[in-house]
Design a protein. Structure first.
Length: 365
């Protein structure tokens, strides 16, 4: 219990320090940089090294790094193996970029003939996340069946049992950290002069725009900074889902995977509002398709949350109905088959380890 509390405190302090520092210095950098340049001019290129390097790409890079760090810290808190995440990042980062680029073409924001032109521009974030999730659904069930990632079940000191780490632990650890990537990525929109909404005549808002968003004066009108609104929404979502949800220890309310699934619902609702604002301001293309895909995204999140809360636990996690899927043919036909069958019997008869201070399960997928 003491060790779990110490892990919680370390995770909380380090994670908060990372999040607050990156967000604070991001805003500070934008404010200071704005005083040294003319925001009405083209400032999207940071420097040139062989080819132009855009500020948007730099912030996306830091966003990926920060998300990986927060994911590792959450796995540390859960006492789950971190190594599988390292290998996943190698395929997740390019998958996210490829998925976001393809999604941009699907919704009509980018022409298919231009998919390889300036790949850092025209990225549909929700499609990038979708591609990463699809890759994760293939990757983690395969990798986590490796016995070196099994963990000890010490709930019964007289009967040692090794358990396979749940894929859903990584759902809870990784998905909410996407928020920080999106938060930092939105700083790039300051330099790209993009993503704005409808015109506004509110004097207070106009004064705010004149101070912080002077490039929002378009066609003789001041427009709402939609990307800024989304950034604030992502900050709130990050603190609520990544941090505050960890305070929920009631196993009837929170199931393993619920925190990660909440990302789909929160960001889907936020994105639906942002899509409406962008369309009202002229948008950048693809808003009509985005409405449909975002609604499907939200429905998917709610359905998955209900299934995870009431169905998966009852019909799969305790029943182990697909146990043999995690044995390769090589293992089944080796001389270790008898020992493995005996171990399988132990797994089937054992109860799951589930304590209030250790909020995750071990299961077979």
């Amino acid at each position: 219990m003491i060790e779990s509390k110490q892990r919680f405190n370390r995770w909380l302090l380090i994670s908060l320090a990372i999040v607050i520092s990156f967000i604070f210095f991001g805003y500070l950098f934008v404010i200071l940089y704005s005083r040294s340049v003319n925001w009405s001019e083209d400032v999207e290129v940071a420097f040139t090294f062989i080819s132009p390097v855009h500020w948007y790409g730099i912030f996306i890079f830091f966003g990926f790094g920060c998300a990986i760090a927060l994911s590792c810290l959450k796995l540390y808190k859960y006492k789950a193996p971190i190594e599988p995440l390292y290998f996943f990042c190698i395929i997740a980062v390019p998958s996210a970029i490829i998925g976001a680029r393809i999604g941009s073409c699907i919704i009509g924001q980018t022409l298919w003939s231009e998919i390889l032109i300036e790949p850092g521009r025209g990225l549909a974030i929700e499609w990038g996340v979708l591609f990463v999730v699809l890759v994760a659904l293939i990757y983690f069930p395969l990798v986590l069946r490796n016995r070196k990632y099994f963990v000890k079940d010490e709930s019964n000191p007289n009967n040692f049992i090794a358990r396979q780490v749940s894929m859903w632990i990584y759902v809870d650890s990784v998905l909410p950290t996407i928020f920080i990537g999106q938060i930092l990525g939105r700083f790039g929109n300051y330099f790209n002069h993009e993503i704005y909404g409808a015109a506004t005549t509110n004097e207070g808002m106009i004064n705010f725009l004149k101070t912080f968003f002077p490039w929002m004066y378009i066609n003789s009108q001041w427009h709402l900074p939609v990307f800024f609104f989304e950034q604030i929404g992502n900050i709130v979502g990050l603190f609520l889902i990544y941090f505050c949800c960890e305070l929920i220890t009631n196993k009837k309310i929170r199931k393993c995977g619920s925190i990660g699934i909440m990302y789909f619902i929160w960001y889907g609702l936020l994105r639906l509002w942002m899509t409406y604002l962008r369309k009202d301001g002229g948008g950048s293309g693809g808003e009509d398709v985005n409405f449909i895909t975002t609604i499907l995204w939200i429905v998917f999140g709610f359905l998955l949350l209900l299934l995870n809360t009431f169905v998966f636990y009852k019909y799969t996690r305790n029943k182990r109905i697909i146990w043999f899927f995690f044995y390769s043919l090589k293992t089944l036909f080796s001389n270790q088959t008898k020992a493995m069958k005996q171990q399988r019997t132990s797994y089937a008869k054992a109860n799951f380890l589930k304590k209030s201070e250790q909020m995750f399960w071990y299961n077979n997928y």
